[in-house]
Design a protein around this ligand. Structure first.
Ligand code: UDP
Length: 356
């Protein structure tokens, strides 16, 4: 079986690393299965792409389409000729980015079956591009690998029941595999922070990162937390700050905020484990907060990872300064979440594909 995996953005490299390793293991055990990676080039900064590839031992992509423009239609047009030439038996796509939907659209137009990893997630905010991408990709896919029971239920409510598998979360697999067993004090001492004495923050979603007013509101909250804040700054957010003098001034006058470039995945896992609290608008980071048993405040009004909120680890504050500070003051540990599987979601995905 010939598989082409389509990736384009940082979280997809992390998810694909686990499934790629499981495919390689199956091939080495004698299964007739092979995989080639297609990188759309949606994320192209070294820290967001090459660094993650090398840390996770992902094979270099067979194709890099350098689609720096993240327009779905253009990406799909670039992907289609590759799929046409290669004629794989299956295309695997991950998550909810424009590369996810673009890959699914290209495969669908050539009648190539699609497997969607992280199927069935819904935030119920249809204004979000990610939500539109998820819904459309799920409708095009014939194999839908769900990370949570809620995701299976979401699909059932949309009358999608065929080809649906609850396998657990490949990001949980990745966190178990790549979180260093030993405490690495270099990462913290380099930043001048102590374990459990700092807040970790990421901001990258279009709704927030492209809106100076919302960014200002978040930055004011970070300034007023009274804690040291480590902020690995996504290039998208950095561009908005660079173009807004009031945001630049706010950052420069906030002595408690340590702005750093995006960090590698392993460094990120260590920061998540050692933070006292995580503030984020990222889907993946909300979950990783739980994996590392660190409370989280989400800078959005809704989440697709509802079990983190139900279990008490995560609260939804949005971007209002006062709401964020209130949520920060109430953040706490929660209870165990059983949805994410046992760290073998990737193997279950590959077994299912092989058995079919
Ligand atoms: N991440 C990273 N370095 C950073 C920030 C995030 O490696 O500086 C990782 C993080 O650990 C998680 C993933 O990137 O695994 C989340 O990606 P992102 O927040 O870009 O996307 P989302 O999860 O919201 O789709």
């Amino acid at each position: 079986m010939k598989i082409i995996t389509i990736v384009g953005a940082r979280p997809q490299f992390i998810k694909a690393a686990t499934v790629s390793a499981a495919i390689k293991k199956a091939a080495e055990a004698g299964c007739d299965i092979s995989e080639k990676l297609l990188h759309t080039g949606q994320h192209y900064d070294y820290n967001l792409s090459e660094l993650i590839f090398s840390e996770l031992h992902l094979p270099a992509p067979e194709w890099n389409l350098a689609c720096k423009d993240s327009n779905t239609e253009l990406i799909s047009q670039a992907v289609e000729p590759v799929l046409q030439r290669e004629s794989p038996d299956l295309v695997i796509v991950y998550g909810d980015t424009n590369s996810t939907l673009a890959g699914a659209l290209a495969a669908d137009s050539l009648h190539i079956p699609i497997a969607h990893v992280e199927a069935g997630l819904r935030s119920r905010n249809k204004q979000m591009v990610e939500e539109q991408n998820r819904i459309r990709t799920d409708r095009l896919s014939s194999l839908l690998f769900c990370p949570t029971y809620t995701a299976v239920e979401n699909l059932r409510k949309e009358n999608i029941t065929e080809g649906v598998y609850h396998v657990g979360d490949v990001m949980y697999d990745a966190a178990l595999r790549f979180t260093p067993a030993e405490q690495d004090t270099d990462v913290l001492s380099k930043l001048g922070v102590e374990p459990k004495q700092f807040v970790l923050t990421t901001i990258h979603r279009a709704e927030t990162a492209d809106d100076p007013a919302q960014l200002q509101s978040i930055l004011l909250a970070l300034q007023q937390t009274g804690s040291t804040v480590v902020l690995p700054l996504h290039p998208r957010t950095a561009r908005t700050i660079a173009a807004a003098p009031q945001l630049k001034a706010l950052i420069n006058s906030s002595y408690n905020i340590k702005v750093i470039p995006p960090v590698g995945y392993i460094e990120m896992l260590l920061l998540e484990r050692n933070a006292s609290l995580i503030l984020t608008d990222s889907g993946g980071v909300q979950k990783e907060a739980y994996f590392q048993r660190t409370p989280c405040v989400t800078l959005r009004r809704e989440t697709e990872w509802t079990e983190t909120v139900a279990a008490g680890w995560n609260s939804l504050a949005g971007t209002d300064t006062v709401d964020i500070l209130t949520a920060v003051s109430r953040a706490k540990n929660g209870s165990v979440i059983n949805d994410y599987g046992n760290g073998h979601a990737a193997e279950r995905i590959v077994e299912t594909i092989i058995n079919l």
